[in-house]
Ligand binder design. Sequence first.
Ligand code: 5GP
Ligand code: MN
Length: 308
Amino acid sequence: MDKALAQKVIDRIASAKSPALFTHLRPDGDAFGSLLGLAHVLKDRGQNPSLVQDVPDQLPSEADLFVVLDTSTRERVGKKTTDWKKPVDVVIDHHVSNPGFGTLNLIVPEIPATAGVLYRLFEMAGWKVSPATATCLYAGLSTDTGSFRYRGTDAQTLRIAASLVDLGADPSDIAKHCYLSVTPQRYQLKKLTIETLSLKDNKKSGFLTIFPDFYSKSGAKSEDTEGIIEEVTCIQGLEVASLFEFGPEGGLRVSLRSKGRVDVNAIASSLGGGGHRAAAGIRFPKDGEKNRDRVLAAISKAISALED
Ligand code: 5GP
Ligand code: MN
């Protein structure tokens, strides 16, 4: 982590009275954990943060700092925020594809979750990490590393996790809330989706499809797709897993996962999306089927380029 840059971020955040904290659309564990973790720290310091989940039409007028966490592109804060007059003051993130769309950009790809970047920042600033903060940050770190299984997990990741446990995070309790609390509706959506599995490229890639009527059939919500793709990644011999979600208006949302040999960020970036080497995504507003075929062709090409 660039210490001089981190210090600038600390100074900028410390001088704000009412920072407005944003994260990406369809927030995941790291997005929520980072948002709530930073909010707790700022509250404990006597600042007055606001957490923004439902994107308003304008930046709240009392906000004197515009912070975006865990968000790889400006658009993923919310389309309607892109024409706000106030620029994003501070971006804190870990996505390698993040172009740095803020005035200050603390982007640390060597830490596998934004929550981990925040922990290092708080440590450097000497800001108190309460048990509540530690719990939020641990949840972000755990979920974004697939419970410390993905490639980005290294000694530093585990040291951050250990420090958070020292500070009051309870791994078993957090795991219960993050992984052992699936609603029956979410489970039903997963079941319908897994039935669509199709293996190709010599069983080195596999894809799942979510059709619009799966929501009415299961009663699930759009955020309930989180984690389904991991059910494909676990297949032995598979290199790339993808999930295609067709929207009711013909759009397509794509999730890509790699076991490490294929760079799915390169595939996603070449088609207008982004993410990380092992987990990336793309959104197409229209031409769902045509775009699915483009993605599948790019995956086949990447797999055929691998040496056995
Ligand atoms: P997921 O498949 O869980 O939605 O996303 C995996 C990763 O890819 C996340 O880190 C996310 O930031 C990134 N990602 C997902 N969708 C998009 C997208 O449409 N554009 C970009 N630039 N990144 C995305
Ligand atoms: Mn993240």
